[in-house]
Ligand binder design. Sequence first.
Ligand SMILES: Nc1ncnc2c1ncn2[C@@H]1O[C@H](COP(=O)(O)OP(=O)(O)OP(=O)(O)O)[C@@H](O)[C@H]1O
Length: 259
Amino acid sequence: MPLSSPTPARIKMESRALTLRYGAKVAVRSVSLALPEHQVTALIGPSGCGKSTFLRSLNRMNDLIPGSSHEGTVLLDGMSIHDRNVDVVDLRRRVGMVFQKSNPFPKSIFENVAYGLRVGGMKDKAELDARVEKSLQGAALWDEVKDRLGDSALGLSGGQQQRLCIARALAVEPEVLLMDEPASALDPIATAKIEELIYELKARYTIAIVTHNMQQAARVSELTAFFYMGELVECGPTEQIFTNPREKRTEDYVTGKFG
Ligand SMILES: Nc1ncnc2c1ncn2[C@@H]1O[C@H](COP(=O)(O)OP(=O)(O)OP(=O)(O)O)[C@@H](O)[C@H]1O
């Protein structure tokens, strides 16, 4: 499978012949995929085809799963993320992640966003205040919470909690955002807000999003990558993947013949 980059955009991240295993089981097989800078790449495909495994490998979250291993390369700005001198904490700061289920800490709204900053050593109150506000603004949540930053994050609605988790990811100023079905647990209105937000965020970040929702992929992404049984079947401009895919398996999936 050739690297796919339909526009001359700079490549922010890419995998080359990346194979991922859990023990002896291959979950992702020889995937080469490029994420152009400041674009949204949607990863679609039936359950169990390796989308989340692939996504998690981009900031080495898979390293945390016992028995997992990889072959091949992942490059961030042209540098291997597996090089010996790569600090994994710094990699995860640069490549942030938002999960399917919002997972706020049982702390105040403010402390949820400030958490990564404090871990990174930021102590100055004015600096923390400014960064928390900027992150909540960036996640389109500020106006809803600015008068109750000291309240528990667990009192927010599901959609607000998910935007809080996005604010938490933004606080440490990442370059890439990995989103694993960020709206699948939300109602249509909260989902629409997340989708609007993704649209705004791509001006500053490079985004990869796993979604089961094909309309969502069509709405938010420039590129769509179709995975099937651990392989990348094809990747191309989203409109082309949905209207004129090269591969029969892609066509069958996007037209709902299986999935
Ligand atoms: N922690 C794990 N240990 C062992 N096998 C795993 C683990 N996580 C995933 N797998 C297996 O790897 C394969 C790919 O799973 P993965 O979760 O990446 O797929 P997916 O496309 O994201 O699925 P879904 O859409 O259902 O979330 C599946 O066969 C799955 O059972």
